[in-house]
Design a protein around this ligand. Structure first.
Ligand SMILES: C[S@@+](CC[C@H](N)C(=O)[O-])C[C@H]1O[C@@H](n2cnc3c(N)ncnc32)[C@H](O)[C@@H]1O
Length: 491
């Protein structure tokens, strides 16, 4: 078949060459001038291909970049091509296969791949393939080198992946995941998981500390999250000792304000809350070994705090990420009655979107068919909680505690305080009412006001700037920094 030269894409990841050879292209241009014929190039149609900011379809060159360049230079519009597979492939899913096919074509003819090119390909493939689906054997065969050579090229990557994989397994196991469930997501047998849990040792942490290394260094050394490194370091200590070692003062009264989020725990996430707030909830309302449910886990700060304080945790969110395998995908729609939790929790730590606050941030991460509750109408948002509280009540133990964090939502942005309408707001009293209606009895109301944690980051809303504050004062607009943790028990 003949294809249009300008419809083809040279993909730098797939086409395995440090740079094109001008010498080869010139030789081909001269050959074309005297009427030489070239074999067809090899191409593949793909979809799910990221080009700049958008995902699109493309036809990428697997073999023949020099012929294609020479044709372009001669101003020839079309080139003979053969397709590798006759159906378009999902680029993201087939990246490694495409790279290998391209590499194999280039080991046998044309400007043969240099040893450095082959090494780069082997390393690229190894790093994008932590499950080792592409064995050293296959790589050796496709690249036309010995297995020992491939081993030497990628041994450091494989070692790193192995410790990283082991640390993920340890983390999930500490959070209470069954070996069967871990085996499924790790793609290993249950026996292998059991061996890894039983045999992996990080006993060197104390040594590294005594040599003066910090926790960031230790986490990097073991290719694990900082939270897990801390959890291992603090293992076996009492809750109070842990507070001390983490440098967190323990609050004795029901007013918990923290200056900022502790950057060590949880990811940067819209509406991220301080790990200290969760630690206090765990301290007062659970004991080591208890199971915590986080239905809307966001940046994972609750799972991190549970790891630190040796509580089990099951976490969900409508956004799932490779980096946080402990957060399972679930889109809550309590009217459907689905409860994805596998064991009855001792504590439900529920930190939902505070109505439309951060709506844009959550919308970006959500899908249209499974929206964040921050885009609901006020009525639907309230109905959501009524149904969720009912469902939680039905699926909880008689002793389960519900910790519910939220803030007053008032339409204060451009409205003077005296003109605000009650039907436009949702306040902590509304949540309290919904809890009482659905079988929960509030035992505590803990104030956890927002402080500078909301003022960090570069995208400060205008109302927190000096001119914004001045404008609010001029118009007598009353802002809100309150945030309340309601603790409820089944009544
Ligand atoms: C306030 S954030 C949680 C922040 C988290 N505690 C932290 O500190 O990083 C609320 C989360 O609820 C999730 N969410 C909103 N609607 C949801 C739904 N219907 N089902 C599942 N998750 C939902 C959003 O994706 C968001 O991550």
């Amino acid at each position: 078949m003949e294809v249009n030269i300008s419809d083809l894409t040279w993909d730098q990841f797939i086409y395995p060459r440090g740079g094109k050879s001008e010498k080869t292209i010139n030789a081909y241009v001269e050959a074309l001038a005297i009427g030489a014929q070239f074999p067809p190039i090899k191409i593949q149609r793909v979809f799910n291909y990221v080009d700049g900011n958008e995902t699109t379809e493309a036809t990428i060159i697997l073999d023949g970049i020099h012929r294609w360049s020479a044709f372009k230079e001669k101003g020839i519009k079309e080139i003979a091509a053969v397709e590798w597979k006759d159906k378009p492939l999902d680029y993201e899913k087939n990246k490694v296969a495409l790279l290998l096919e391209s590499a194999q074509c280039n080991t046998s003819h044309g400007d043969r791949l240099s040893s450095n090119d082959k090494k780069r390909i082997a390393r690229d493939i190894a790093s994008t393939d932590p499950e080792c689906k592409c064995t050293e054997d296959t790589l050796a065969e496709k690249l036309g080198v010995s297995q020992q050579t491939v081993n030497a090229w990628i041994t450091d990557i494989r070692a790193r992946q192995k410790t990283n994989r082991n640390s993920i397994i340890i983390k999930l196991s500490r959070l209470g995941w069954s070996q069967e469930k871990i085996a499924k997501i790790a793609g290993l047998s249950q026996n292998r998981i059991s061996e890894i849990i039983g045999n992996t040792s990080f006993s060197n942490i104390d040594n590294l500390l005594s040599q003066g290394h910090d926790m960031e260094y230790i986490a990097r050394h073991y290719h694990m999250d900082l939270a897990l490194a801390w959890a291992l370091r603090l293992e076996g200590k009492t809750d109070q000792e842990k507070f001390k070692e983490l440098g967190w003062g323990l609050r004795t009264w029901d007013q918990w304000n923290f200056n900022e989020c502790d950057e060590r725990f949880g990811d940067d996430w819209p509406g991220r809350i301080p790990a200290q707030l969760i630690a206090h909830t765990l301290f007062y309302f659970t004991k080591p070994g208890d199971l915590v449910l986080d239905p809307m886990a966001g940046g994972g700060v609750v799972t991190d705090a549970c790891l630190l304080f040796e509580r089990k945790c099951q976490a969900f969110d409508l956004v799932s990420r490779d980096k946080r395998p402990e957060i399972e995908y679930h889109h809550w729609d309590p009217q459907k009655g689905t409860w994805p939790v596998t064991k009855k929790p001792d504590l439900i730590f529920f930190d939902p979107p505070y109505y439309t606050k951060k709506e844009k941030g959550y919308e970006k991460k959500a899908n249209k068919s499974t929206p964040s509750i921050s885009s609901y109408t006020k009525e639907d948002y309230e109905r959501f909680f009524k149904d969720f509280f009912l469902l939680a009540h039905k699926n909880a133990k008689p002793t389960t505690i519900l910790a519910f964090l939220n803030a007053d939502w008032r339409n204060f942005k451009s409205t003077p305080a005296s003109k605000e309408k009650p039907d436009k707001s949702i306040t902590i009293f509304d949540y309290h009412r919904l809890l009482s209606k659905t079988g929960w009895k509030t035992t505590h109301r803990i104030e956890c006001p927002l402080s500078s944690e909301r003022l960090s980051g570069n995208h400060l809303p205008v109302r927190y700037t000096q001119t914004g504050v001045q404008r609010m004062q001029d118009k007598r607009i009353l802002g809100t920094v309150g945030r309340t943790l309601l603790i409820a028990k089944r009544s």
